[in-house]
Design a protein around this ligand. Structure first.
Ligand code: RIB
Ligand code: CA
Length: 320
């Protein structure tokens, strides 16, 4: 029996790889993709999601809805310097890109309702996979907390427990962009599984093997994924000698291969405000009061997870 999932995303290069991984995994049944502002603005991310679904899942109709254009209580911070101005390492040709942006006007703007509806309507518990700032998911929790408690889990890429942040020394991007939303989700009473930078910094594609294998598949999906990785590893995006970190695919990996991740149980809070600790994730065990503990990935069998992600992307969900 496959796990029904809703993927909330801010595509985003690693989001694109996570979506490809989820769609290539028979263990998961992708019911809906919802977009949120994060790496790029909502229109750009939504256009990317539509573009990705056309390339990655041409034979299945997957519900696509766009959500919040800015965080719950603050202005949007984006990450074009990491993902490119189009959010996909510049892979979209300008003309095609202009067209797909225009198409976003036809994409329903009911992502928050879509998340609640998919969770509430499913006979089997739906897992929400949150790959961007948690604005949409927090809004869904606020809109119908009882319905959202029917969710099997909320699987989150975000935060850092002991690792250095990637926006400030204390904060990871998704939690920095919308700390209030992250705290709402962690206090929701829904089981939360967090994949933080402590783990994702160990998971990288760092040479041309992967892009070559994907490009040699001689199909449009493989060619796209190979070119995306090749571009994303290029110096102007990573600035770290061609290392592409698999943040979002790692979160999907905790669903696919939980035995490869070391989990600890921590009640978690996320700092709001605008000080140095904005977006910092901390174990609430050291603070007054308590909340339902989240499962936090603190270590990983890195080589095994990277090779499984790569093999799944190359296999493309094909037979075998
Ligand atoms: O910090 C990494 C996270 O922020 C990833 O989800 C990446 O796509 C960005 O959204
Ligand atoms: Ca993301």
């Amino acid at each position: 029996m496959s796990i029904p999932v809703v993927i909330d995303t801010d595509p985003g290069v690693d989001d694109a790889l996570a979506l490809a991984l989820a769609l290539a995994s028979p263990e998961l049944s992708v019911r809906a993709v919802t977009t949120v502002a994060g790496n790029v603005d909502l229109t750009t991310g939504t256009a990317n999601a539509g573009y990705l679904l056309r390339i990655l899942a041409p034979s299945t109709a997957i519900r696509l809805a766009q959500g919040c254009a800015k965080p719950l209580a603050r202005e949007l911070v984006t990450a074009e310097e990491v993902h490119g101005s189009d959010g996909l390492a510049g892979i979209t040709g300008h003309e095609r890109w202009r067209r797909s942006r225009a198409e976003t006007r036809d994409i329903p703007a009911d992502a928050v309702d879509a998340i609640v509806e998919e969770v509430e309507a499913s006979p089997e518990p739906v897992t929400v996979i949150a790959l961007g700032p948690l604005t949409n998911v927090a809004a869904a929790v606020r809109r119908d907390p009882a319905a959202m408690r029917r969710a099997g889990a909320i699987v989150v890429m975000g935060g850092s427990l002991h690792a250095r942040g990637n926006v400030t020394p204390h904060a990871e991007f998704n939690f920095y962009v919308d700390p209030e939303a992250a705290d709402v989700v962690l206090a929701s009473g829904v089981p939360v599984v967090v994949t933080p930078l402590d783990v994702t910094h160990q998971l990288a594609v760092s040479d041309e093997t992967v892009e070559s294998r994907l490009a040699s598949l001689a199909d449009s999906r493989g060619a796209f994924l190979g070119e995306l990785i090749r571009r994303a590893r290029a110096e102007q995006f990573t600035g770290r000698g061609g290392k592409l970190l698999l943040h979002d695919p790692a979160a999907v990996g905790t669903l696919l291969w939980p035995e490869l991740f070391t989990m600890e149980s921590h009640p978690l809070t996320v700092d709001g405000g605008d000080g140095d600790l904005r977006g910092a994730m901390r174990s609430a065990a050291v603070d007054e009061g308590s909340r339902m503990a989240a499962q936090v990935a603190v270590d990983v069998a890195a080589d095994a997870v990277v090779s499984r992600i790569v093999e799944r992307l190359v296999a493309g969900g094909g037979p075998g």
